[in-house]
Ligand binder design. Structure first.
Ligand code: ARG
Length: 243
């Protein structure tokens, strides 16, 4: 009798485990850093943006459901390698260095770098970022790598979220912020005391979805992005966000 109960219980356990496996493989959990409008941001407490819409449709094209976790940019890339998420969709610039460490999808948007400053104290070139100039950017981003390479004398301050850097800039706690151009344009439009200058065009590289090395999801995501390019969906999404 006891043995029978045990067999039935193990059967139920195996069945439940099977369900759990199926359930988690039906979902793509995307990590992101929701501080970067118009790609990922909150509006009235709701997660919105170009990347959120793209993540949803890419998952749908792959027969899966998208979930998102706002975890910070650097933390999201780290989370990929410990499997707590399956992808990062967060304006991840595809660089040769990153391509060594992650699987990156085909690019879906091309971007360049800009410096944001108070208009009465502009910093327009890399050489303007001289000794003692306090330059802020987000930890683990291409901006951090850029400042370390091109503005070696500057006082680099890495912070977690771009809106906090904008507030610090307005309060004169820092001198300028380095970020991608389209986001710089958006923050300046909302804050009339701020201006920006494009410092580097990155034509060859753009935003890609990041996966762990050898992820089985990359091919499906690439097929979905190609399809969305061909059928005009991606162009419509760009127009929606005025990109
Ligand atoms: N494109 C830059 C990079 O890949 C910045 C990304 C920051 N993204 C964000 N959602 N805060 O490093």
């Amino acid at each position: 009798m006891n043995r029978k109960i045990c067999t039935i219980l193990s059967g139920i356990m195996l069945f439940l485990l099977g369900c759990e496996d199926k359930k988690s493989s039906d979902i793509i959990k995307f990590g992101l850093s929701a501080d970067y409008p118009p790609f990922e941001y909150y509006e009235n407490g709701e997660l919105k943006g170009f990347d959120v819409e793209l993540g949803r449709i890419v998952a749908q094209e792959m027969g899966k459901k998208a979930e998102f976790e706002d975890m910070g940019f650097n933390a999201a890339l780290v989370a990929l390698n410990v499997d707590s998420i399956q992808a990062v969709i967060s304006t991840v610039t595809s660089t040769p260095e990153r391509r060594k460490n992650y699987d990156l999808s085909r690019c879906y948007y091309t971007e360049s770098l800009a410096i944001v400053y108070n208009i009465n104290e502009p910093y327009k070139t890399a050489t303007a970022l001289s000794k003692d100039v306090k330059v802020a950017c987000q930890l683990g981003t291409t901006m951090e790598f850029w400042v370390k390479k091109h503005a070696t004398d500057a006082n680099l301050i890495t912070m977690d979220k771009y809106p906090d850097m904008i507030e610090a800039l307005k309060a004169d706690q820092i001198d300028c912020v380095v970020m991608d151009t389209v986001q710089a344009k958006g923050f300046c439009a909302k804050n009339p005391g701020l201006g920006y200058s494009v410092i580097e065009q990155t034509d060859a590289e753009g935003y890609a979805i990041a996966f762990k090395k050898n992820s089985p999801l990359k091919d499906g995501a690439n097929a979905a992005i190609s399809k969305l390019e061909k059928n005009g969906w991606l162009a419509k999404l760009k127009a929606k966000y005025q990109l």
